[in-house]
Design a protein around this ligand. Structure first.
Ligand code: FAD
Length: 826
């Protein structure tokens, strides 16, 4: 039925690829039928039509896996609902390993897949050959088999979703181009098109590789860049049949699937070819780029090793299609922080077919509820800032991100391209001292310091890496003397205004209506009682608060706070991250060192824990915040950026006699895990509440006026003292192995949880792991001591001991008096 072109709708979706159609479909399932979808060409004619159609369920984050598991379920059932086939075939998939390191990856994957309820078998090369007889296996170490994986026909799937959406009331218009976004008072309220304007409450940008341009129409950053992605389709090959599983050979960067008795063979080469530097042509519809056999050579060479018959096969078609990639190879989902009611679902990094079902559902729920219904942080658009939208930077970065699909996922792996990007004022000084940098939120951050003669770069491995000894030195200096950490990358947000205190007290779960000069560690919770963030609020004045939060959370936290400032309240947030460096001075000698350089009273009485004062250091005046993330006496010095070098130099000059050492983020992480301190994004997520995190002490349940998430938290409070899901510290009994996070935890042989973050705790002399443990009847001391805990490390189980409190305690009584900790409640 042809519809008249509308002038208004509740929701307008821009883009009729698989993502736009899936969002439309899922909106109708949630009862929203007043939806218009606009496509400048024909449905699926952008990127979707030429996808290979592989659907693999496993992702490194369990919620991402569950999105794709939902996709597989939907694709298998959709035809029954809409009458249109999706081409879904549950053929299973194989991943093979050429090296022992890759086999370690596959075994680690298998353990976490089982924890997520995904069926998976670790198999031998001979068993792999039985499932995939066309391949050579003599060079293989092993493989994994996922019977639940499959493949679909992208165009059919899109049409089927579109039909389902139409059945639910969605009006779809092809050959309509969106030319502008209407914005009023900072809120998206419609679109301009070449057929007229449509007023709308919600606008959804699902414009694929055009999404960056659509974002720029209304000042929204959608950081993605196109790169060429290639595959070939062969003529018939003996032994290839319609039920042949999908096969991935990541060490060769390649994948295979059956098509009409031949093979589709494509891949993700380590050095990709960016495309579309001058913009994506509007009429790029059902179009391909020229064959590029030079770029394809590395894939072809590897494919010939795996399937020697390819040498004699006819190449029927070379597909070279551009697809959008993001700076970290994960897609972009959610409401744009720059513009209310403007949502984005784009940047699918060659995973759009697999992801569409789950991502479309998640985005539809986000739109209808005004907030995500689960932890979607890995794909949340707010993990990027406006500076990530720089086109040159994106161009240089996506050369690397395409290849990440099959690159070795080494522990602590850093991306190498488009760096350095953001630098602290101390960057050069730290580099001269052997700093080995990692990158977070674009910041170059010292991970560890190489001693003279040591290589200042990571040698990746699953066992101990080359920085093991350096981190031991840095941890020892922090625990026994004093160390300086450059934490300039911390996000800093200033909230001021007549209502600043009242507004923040509603946003924070802790009580922040405290005397001026007090610092509060608090959670920021969502309506479900889960952690949106955990941060430190420092009261600088009656209505002036400085918030310090994690480097990665700057945009997210600012967005959360601003969205929760009532329209009539007088409170303004300013991101002052770039104005200040942060130098954390930590260790039992920190007071002696600071006392040498400052006239301030640094005694426990004069400068108690959890207070902030303006103090002098050398010629500089800085904020000193007495807090610790490592469990030692210490101060976080919040230094105006232009004074950072001077303060750093003064500290080093004065620090020699106290054994001052530079220390990096690897040591910082190990020190905090050893102490059992939780980190947002690892232990603290939107799906975890303070009872489960063991941080009930940092929640002011009874403060006047309550706070966001209070009701959910009150309802979730376990009747006994033991929640069914709980963060627990585990130590590995064997002092040798390394843990990296993501490992499966077992109790008496049965899976009970997973490691969220892990490190080698040099003070304890063993690996330490903060883990999420589940037990229906409660995770309490009896449960922890009454069973035999093990951690699965690539298929080998290692005995572990569970603790509700960190086994590390500062030894000396003097130190104990100084260290008032943020204690995890037992
Ligand atoms: C060679 C290749 C192989 C692939 N293989 C796989 C695979 O095996 N498995 C997998 O999961 N993924 C695969 N992908 C990735 C997958 O194809 C994409 O992730 C997915 O199609 C993206 O869908 P989309 O809806 O975001 O984008 P698109 O399909 O590009 O849809 C966006 C639509 O928005 C429209 N649009 C843009 N601007 C406007 C405007 N101003 N007004 C109106 N309409 C507009 C465009 O015309 C376009 O149709 C592959 C990709 C390539 C290139």
């Amino acid at each position: 039925m042809a519809h008249e072109f509308p002038t208004q709708a509740r929701t307008v979706i821009v883009g009729g690829g698989i993502i736009g159609c899936s969002v439309a479909y899922h909106l109708t399932k949630l009862g929203w039928s007043d939806v218009v979808l606009l496509e400048q060409g024909q449905l699926s004619g952008g990127t979707t039509w030429h996808a290979a159609g592989l659907v693999g369920q496993l992702r490194s984050h369990s919620n991402m896996t569950s999105l794709i598991r939902y996709s597989t379920q939907l694709y298998s059932e959709l035809e029954a609902e809409t009458g249109l086939a999706t081409g879904w075939k549950n053929c299973g998939s194989l991943s093979v390993a050429r090296t022992t390191d890759r086999m370690t990856v596959l075994k680690r994957t298998a353990a976490s897949a089982r924890a997520q309820g995904v069926e998976i078998d670790v198999i031998s090369p001979r068993e792999a050959a039985e499932l995939w007889p066309v391949m050579a296996t003599d060079d293989l170490v092993g493989a994994v088999w996922l019977p639940g994986d499959g493949k679909a026909n992208p165009t059919d799937l899109t049409q089927s979703l579109a039909k389902g959406a139409r059945n639910g009331g969605v009006k779809i218009f092809e050959r309509v181009q969106v030319t502008g976004i209407t914005v009023k008072n900072g809120v998206a309220c419609g679109v301009e098109t070449d057929r007229g304007d449509i007023a709308a409450e919600i606008v959804v940008n699902c414009a694929g590789q055009w999404a960056r341009k659509v974002g720029l129409m209304c000042g929204v950053s959608v950081p993605l860049h196109s790169a060429e992605h290639m595959y070939i389709v062969t003529g018939r090959i003996e032994g290839v049949h319609p039920d042949l599983p999908v096969m991935r050979d990541p060490d060769g960067f390649i994948y295979f699937k059956e098509e009409v008795g031949g093979l589709v063979m494509g891949g993700f080469e380590p050095h990709a070819k960016p495309w579309g530097m001058n913009g994506i042509p509007e009429n790029f519809e059902f179009a391909l780029l020229p064959d590029d056999w030079d770029q394809f050579e590395i894939l072809m060479e590897n494919a010939l090793v795996r399937v020697p018959q390819l040498a004699r096969a006819e190449v029927k078609k070379f597909y070279n299609g551009p697809e959008s990639f993001t700076p970290d190879n994960n897609f972009l989902l959610g409401e744009a922080p720059e513009l209310k009611n403007f949502y984005v679902g784009a940047g699918f990094n060659s995973m759009g077919i697999a992801s569409a079902g789950g991502a479309g559902k998640a985005l539809a729920e986000w739109i209808v509820n005004g907030a995500p219904t689960m932890d979607l942080w890995p794909v949340d658009i707010r993990r990027f800032a406006a500076f990530n939208n720089n086109p040159r930077w994106l161009h240089d970065r996506v050369k690397e991100t395409l290849g990440l699909h099959y690159a070795m996922p080494w522990p602590n792996r850093e991306l190498d391209t488009a760096r350095p990007f953001r630098r602290s004022p101390l960057y050069d000084r730290l580099a001269a001292k052997g700093a080995c940098f990692g990158s977070k939120m674009g910041w170059e951050r010292a991970n560890w310091f190489a001693a003279p003669g040591e290589k200042a770069g990571n040698d990746y491995a699953f066992g101990r890496q080359n920085w093991h000894e350096a981190v031991r030195r840095e941890m020892k200096a922090t625990r026994e003397a004093v160390a300086i950490f450059d934490q300039t990358s911390f996000a800093k947000l200033l909230v001021q205004g007549r209502d600043a205190c009242a507004v923040l007290n509603r946003i924070c779960a802790g009580d922040i209506d405290v005397p001026v000069g007090t610092s509060i560690y608090t959670g920021v919770l969502n309506a479900r009682g889960g952690y949106e963030s955990d941060l430190t609020v420092m009261r600088l004045g009656a209505e002036k608060f400085l918030i310090v939060t994690g480097s990665a959370q700057a945009v997210h936290d600012a967005d959360w706070i601003v969205k929760n400032i009532p329209p009539d309240a007088h409170a303004v947030l300013t991101d002052v991250t770039s104005a200040y460096a942060v130098l954390a001075l930590m260790g039992p000698r920190s007071r002696d060192l600071l006392g040498k350089l400052s006239s301030a009273d640094l005694s426990n009485a004069g400068f108690p824990f959890a207070t902030i004062r303006e103090i002098d250091i050398g010629y500089a005046t800085v904020y000193a915040n007495r807090m610790t993330y490592v469990g030692e006496l210490g101060w976080e010095l919040i230094v105006p950026a232009e004074f950072a070098v001077g303060v750093y130099e003064a500290l080093h000059e004065g620090g020699r006699e106290f054994g001052l050492a530079d220390a990096g983020y690897y040591a910082l992480d190990a020190l905090r895990i050893e102490k059992g301190f939780r980190a947002w994004g690892r232990e603290l997520t939107p799906d975890i509440n303070p009872w489960q995190a063991g941080l009930g002490f940092a929640v002011a349940m009874d403060k006047p006026g309550g706070f966001i998430g209070r009701d959910a938290l009150a309802a979730a409070k376990p009747s006994s003292s033991a929640p069914a899901k709980r963060i627990v510290l585990l130590t590995l009994d064997d002092t040798e192995p390394m843990l990296w996070g993501g490992e499966l935890v077992l109790r008496d042989g049965k899976p009970v949880g997973e490691v969220r973050s892990a490190a080698y705790g040099h003070t304890l002399g063993q690996s330490v792991a903060l883990s999420l443990i589940e037990n229906e009847t409660g995770v309490d001391a009896v449960f922890l001591s009454g069973g035999h805990f093990e951690i699965d490390l690539a298929g080998v189980r290692h005995a572990a001991t569970a603790h509700l409190r960190s086994p590390y305690d500062p030894k000396s009584e003097r130190v104990k008096a100084d260290v008032v900790e943020i204690r995890a409640a037992a």
